[in-house]
Design a protein around this ligand. Sequence first.
Ligand code: 13P
Ligand code: SF4
Length: 317
Amino acid sequence: MKTENKEQLLSGIKRLKEEKNAIILAHYYQTGDIQDIADFVGDSLALSQKAVVNNADIILFAGVKFMAETAKILAPEKKVLLPDLNAGCSLADSCKAEDFKKFISENSGRTVVTYVNTTAEIKALSDIICTSSNAIQIIESLPKDEKIIFAPDKNLGNYVQNKTGRDMIIWNGTCHVHHEFSLEAILNLKKENPAARIIVHPECELPVRLVADFIGSTSSLLQYTKKDNSTCYIVGTEVGIIHQMQKENPGKIFIPAPPLDSTCGCSECSFMKMITLEKILNCLENEDPEIFIDNEILVKAKMPILRMMDISDKLGL
Ligand code: 13P
Ligand code: SF4
């Protein structure tokens, strides 16, 4: 994009934000330009918390649909905009409400713990929600003998089950980005950069998690790079997070872990990257596309999210 075009877009977005008392909440997987114009950048948990605590009339969500829906569920009085309604999530898509209802009835008597990467319908069927920042603590908040259904990410579920030793039946879903990382390519990178630390998201497959020096949510990975004294990292999550890592750690080197089909040498979430500066400008201008959720689903979905937020607040997460 030409610099003058980009400057026009950025000044248009800033003007509309002020005129309309709007804020932009952006996930770490957005492009650097979008992260830099956002009022707040964070992981799924922090973005949900921020959706509640702000004085804006309009929240423009620079992220994917389940995140914007979570903001709408938590702040239904606000107008929540998503610049492209097709910005979905392969993990959320892997868990359809009809199939999930059947799964719950086939495993009745279990507490349903659902990852935030799900549709509002799935949240409405759940007892408690978690994010990758608090999944272990949410599971540990349940009585030790409680039998659990965990959905939809099998890798996060497996990671949490190993950490907590709880009785969990896990839905077989994956994220297209984290599922695709190549162990072989990561190990080759490590050979070329022996001092590098391998840091990965818990949505990665077990073999990748086993070679990691650190596993955590996007915000935990970022925190780790700030506290750790290494100077080079192989990063096993969506490449957008590297923008913040570089900003917070000038001088350190961040190498994106490559996917199996390594035509670009990095891993991008195609849904996250549907959001662009142009679409943000148009969306703010027209106040469309907007997120609408059926009221009955919204009310049902809110309870398990509030339960999660209550536990997170008490634990200072
Ligand atoms: P975080 O909550 O760690 O930011 O994860 C969101 C996500 O979509 C991971 O793929
Ligand atoms: Fe969904 Fe994966 Fe994209 Fe995260 S990275 S939004 S889990 S598809």
